[in-house]
Design a protein around this ligand. Structure first.
Ligand SMILES: *[C@@H]1O[C@H](CO)[C@@H](O)[C@H](O)[C@H]1NC(C)=O
Ligand SMILES: *[C@@H]1O[C@H](CO)[C@@H](O)[C@H](O)[C@H]1NC(C)=O
Ligand SMILES: *[C@@H]1O[C@H](CO)[C@@H](O)[C@H](O)[C@H]1NC(C)=O
Ligand SMILES: *[C@@H]1O[C@H](CO)[C@@H](O)[C@H](O)[C@H]1NC(C)=O
Ligand SMILES: *[C@@H]1O[C@H](CO)[C@@H](O)[C@H](O)[C@H]1NC(C)=O
Ligand SMILES: *[C@@H]1O[C@H](CO)[C@@H](O)[C@H](O)[C@H]1NC(C)=O
Ligand SMILES: *[C@@H]1O[C@H](CO)[C@@H](O)[C@H](O)[C@H]1NC(C)=O
Length: 827
């Protein structure tokens, strides 16, 4: 029943959009000559014939419109003139009037009704008069110029539902003109629908793009941060196809994109459901494919978690309150009505009684009540925010230099966690921050217990904890120093300062999880990488710092990056010193258009085996049985000989422990989206198999040179090819041609192993000890993988969601919860 209904609807939709397929036109311009008109099935073609302008019908030929469409795809109408006043028949005629306006009339006679004219939508009231010419350009822009060639009107300044390269969305602050999109009412009805895509430019604040449905905001991109929109970090991965440009001057606030040379045709559409869809033309199949769309998930729905809430898609409960806040209405909140948001637990003291909590990795909140100073430093920003009692948060305005200052006033709305998100400093009363520190210290202690450390460390942790309770004057650095003494050699701060030229900006080689990484040279000439923790970053940073020191100092393996020493002199100077890796990280190779080709299959296989050996060592060969938990291309470094070394042990084996919700949330999002095992993303189950899953994804990425992310499901892609007996095609096209038959077979074997590693059920994944013989083809036969779970949205699993609700209930009633930890299996 339902199916036939859908089928009918589809047929109806297909039949209503009937567009001219052939055309009699060749010209690209219209003049004022009486014979120069467009009517019937005539079209105007752009000089390179990329676009055509003409009449098309909708609603079963009952309505006619003047539009512009792609020549290769006549169904794809990108602009419509008479959206509000359709013609009843195909008798429309477009001409340039004597007064120099583009006019669409219901017939050729002089008394015919004019249904649309460029002069009615033109901001300048002067008519160009004689000599006006209309031209359809190859960008898809219909441009009307006067006799002197000056542009009088252009369709790009009156967008409909489609955003094309070179077109601007935004507003002119000089003329007041606004360039925004509005959706069609329905697939066969171009009249303006419910949704609009507009630039919000609060005076003095940070501009951002919004989608509105009537008077309700439904989606935000987040403010521009110098490189991309705060809420769309994946934009940086589109850089090789598109060039993005954001203008924020006294005259104009606008956003546009261009296609890079050689990129396929593209367009951005605000569709009838209010979704921004970026489509690219696939020449091979002669069809549009969806490249990206937003809102992407439920956390992109505006205000999903209310004021001072923070949304997290991989958490079963989705919404949490920012630290220092609690649900405004607990009853509503636990019934999953989170729109009421969160309220501050402890009132702000204003002035010195307040501090800042660092919320990391987020899409910055709604900027409607913000102020921006592009010239201020982040430190200055913090001082200003503290000095203004109305300021509730601040952040860097430009991530390139980490400078600039955005201050928020009033509620923090629509904050969410996002991979590659930004740091937001949220103002809290100092007493809340102290409470946070105590919880963290306790958690650090528990971590050590769970990790199964020696009795010595256990009692040390206890000492630290007791000491912290006894005396609040104890600084975090003292704790760290105590924990670390004996763990690794320490360097005097002066030596590190000299080695890095006084932490000179020129020496910065990266920004890691919790600080900046500098290149340096020790007095004996050895090159080192120095990771310096940011000083604001006391609480979470310390946890990861201790974790990393304690773990990595005990590990030594050719495929693990080596910690040479540390330096924890004062709370503002906590540093880790590593061996320097001259070839940086693996992601800089495999995801780079040019460098990728330089990575031969042999090198790739060596890297794969190196990573596998490193992980095996962590899992069973070292004394500690460690789960890394954040294996990804960015955490694999390459030395001068391209030997792979696993790095970043900041979150290895840190388990969720307490009933503190914030704790659960922040721990749950630990890890990286595309690499996260489903059982971990769903209910936080931690096991060695979690690393095996991440390794599988990484393996596919190294073989294919493609990144697994939201808009490209690498696992599904590899499965499709493997299932079709074409696993060799997974191999990166940049090197495939130069491979021997034996090498292609090796690559195909790697794909099969990778698919085994990403099985949904952890027990079906091979342990790391089996992976290496499989990869080197010493263990035959390799089992056949089952169809992997390629997509597990948390909400798509009612059972899981129900479980999660139950877990939350238990937490609320018992005040504690435990995670399934299946770590201590055979070694
Ligand atoms: C389209 O119009 C024709 C006649 O004008 C009519 O017979 C047909 O049923 C209509 N189709 C739809 C889907 O409305
Ligand atoms: C089309 O027909 C409707 C009603 O039949 C009428 O109100 C409208 O003015 C017509 N439009 C044009 C452009 O003639
Ligand atoms: C428009 O003018 C033509 C003659 O030029 C005439 O035949 C026609 O009836 C007129 N139509 C209207 C709607 O006045
Ligand atoms: C709008 O785009 C989304 C995402 O691509 C898609 O799921 C939805 O069906 C589209 N809506 C319409 C009306 O085409
Ligand atoms: C797209 O395909 C057509 C024919 O299939 C070909 O002529 C054209 O060169 C192709 N364009 C690109 C950019 O590959
Ligand atoms: C959700 O909670 C808000 C207050 O927090 C309330 O006004 C609203 O009616 C609730 N909605 C539903 C569907 O219960
Ligand atoms: C901005 O926030 C301040 C402080 O909460 C408030 O007084 C003011 O009304 C807000 N302005 C707007 C436009 O929301």
């Amino acid at each position: 029943m339902a199916m036939s209904h859908h089928l009918l609807l589809l047929l109806a939709l297909l039949s209503v959009l009937v567009l001219p397929t052939s055309s009699a036109a060749s010209a690209s311009t219209l003049t004022q000559s009486s014979s120069s008109t467009i009517s019937g099935d005539q079209t105007l073609a752009s000089p390179g014939n990329a676009f055509q302008l003409g009449l098309f019908s909708a609603s079963n030929h009952s309505k006619w419109f003047l539009g512009i469409w792609f020549t290769v795809s006549p169904d794809t109408v990108v602009w419509v003139a008479n959206r509000d006043r359709p013609l009843n028949t195909s008798s429309g005629v477009l001409r340039v009037s004597d007064r120099g306006a583009l006019v669409l009339a219901d017939g050729a006679t002089t008394n015919a009704t004019v249904v649309w004219s460029s002069s009615s939508s033109s901001s300048s009231s002067d008519s160009p008069g004689a000599g006006a010419v209309a031209e359809l350009r190859d960008t898809g822009n219909l441009v009307l110029t006067d006799a002197a060639g000056a542009v009088v009107w252009q369709s790009f300044e009156h967008p409909t539902n489609t955003f094309l390269p070179e077109m601007r969305v935004g507003k002119s602050l000089k003329t007041g003109a606004e360039w925004s999109l509005s959706s069609w009412r329905a697939a066969d009805d171009p009249s303006p629908g419910d949704f609009r895509y507009v630039m919000a430019a609060p005076p003095g604040g940070a501009p951002e793009l919004h989608v509105w449905r009537g008077a309700r905001k439904t989606y935000r991109t987040g403010p521009w941060n110098g490189v991309r929109f705060s809420g769309i970090p994946e934009m940086t991965t589109f850089e090789n196809m598109f060039q993005f440009q954001f203008t924020d001057t006294a005259d104009e606030v606008s956003y546009m994109f261009r296609n890079r040379d050689g990129s396929p045709m593209s367009r951005v559409l605000l569709n009838e459901s209010g979704v921004m869809q970026r489509m690219v033309w696939d020449n091979a199949s002669a069809a549009w494919s969806n490249f990206w769309s937003g809102p992407r998930d439920q956390c992109d729905a505006y205000g999903r978690c209310g004021a001072f809430g923070v949304c997290n898609v991989v958490d079963a409960f989705v919404c949490a309150c920012i630290r220092g806040f609690a649900p405004a209405s607990e009853a509503q909140w636990y019934m999953r009505n989170t729109s009421g948001g969160c309220a501050r637990s402890t009132a702000l003291q204003c002035g010195d009684g307040d501090g800042f909590y660092l919320l990391r990795g987020v899409k910055l909140p709604d900027t409607h009540n913000t102020s921006v100073d592009a010239g201020a430093t982040l430190e200055e920003c913090g001082r200003r925010c503290l000095a203004d009692c109305a300021c509730t948060a601040y952040s860097a305005a430009d991530i390139r230099g980490g400078g600039g200052c955005i201050q928020w006033f009033g509620d923090l709305m629509d904050t969410r966690y996002v991979d590659g998100g930004q740091d937001l400093y949220v103002r809290l009363a100092k007493s809340e921050l102290d409470a946070a520190k105590r919880t963290r210290k306790f958690a650090a202690g528990i971590t050590l217990v769970v990790a199964g450390f020696t009795l010595l460390l256990l009692s040390l942790a206890f000492l630290v904890w007791r000491k912290a309770r006894r005396s609040k004057k104890v600084t975090i650095a003292d704790d760290a120093a105590e924990l670390m003494s004996g763990e690794c050699p320490t360097y005097p701060p002066g030596v590190i300062r000299t080695a890095t030229n006084g932490f000179c900006a020129d020496n910065v080689i990266g920004r890691g999880g919790f600080g900046i990484v500098y290149k340096g040279q020790l007095p004996d000439g050895q090159q080192v990488a120095v990771k310096k923790l940011s000083s604001e970053n006391t609480v979470q940073g310390l946890n990861e710092f201790i974790n990393e020191v304690v773990l990595i100092a005990k590990l030594q393996h050719r495929n693990l990056v080596r910690l040479l020493g540390c330096c924890a002199h004062s709370s503002s100077e906590r540093m880790l010193v590593y061996e320097y890796m001259s070839n940086k990280s693996l992601d800089a190779f495999i995801f780079d258009e040019r460098r990728r080709a330089s990575l031969s299959w042999k090198t790739r296989l060596d890297i794969i085996l190196g990573i596998a050996r490193g992980v095996l060592y962590l899992h069973q060969d070292s004394r500690l049985n460690i789960i890394h938990r954040d294996l990804k291309a960015a955490n694999v470094l390459l030395d001068a000989d391209m030997v792979a070394k696993i790095s970043d042990f900041g979150i290895a084996r840190l388990f969720t422990t307490t009933a503190d919700r914030q704790e659960t949330i922040t721990k749950t999002i630990i890890g990286t989206y595309g690499y996260m095992a489903p059982e971990y993303a769903m209910d936080g189950t931690v096991s060695f198999m979690q690393d095996v899953y991440s390794f599988g994804v990484l393996l596919l990425e190294i073989v294919s040179g493609r990144k697994n992310h939201r808009s490209f499901n690498l696992i599904a892609y590899a499965w499709g090819l493997w299932e079709g007996g074409r696993s060799q095609d997974v191999l990166d096209a940049a090197i495939r041609g130069g491979c021997t038959g034996a090498e292609l077979a090796q690559a195909a074997a790697c794909v099969q192993v990778a698919l085994l590693c990403v099985q949904e059920c952890p027990s079906q994944r091979p342990p790391m000890a089996d992976v290496i013989p499989m990869l080197s083809q010493q263990k035959a036969p390799v089992p056949r993988p089952r169809r992997p779970v390629v997509c597990t949205p948390v909400t798509g699993h009612p059972a899981a969601a129900a479980l999660a609700v139950q877990a939350v209930r238990e937490m609320v009633t018992c005040g504690s919860t435990e995670l399934t930890i299946t770590t201590l299996e055979g070694r």
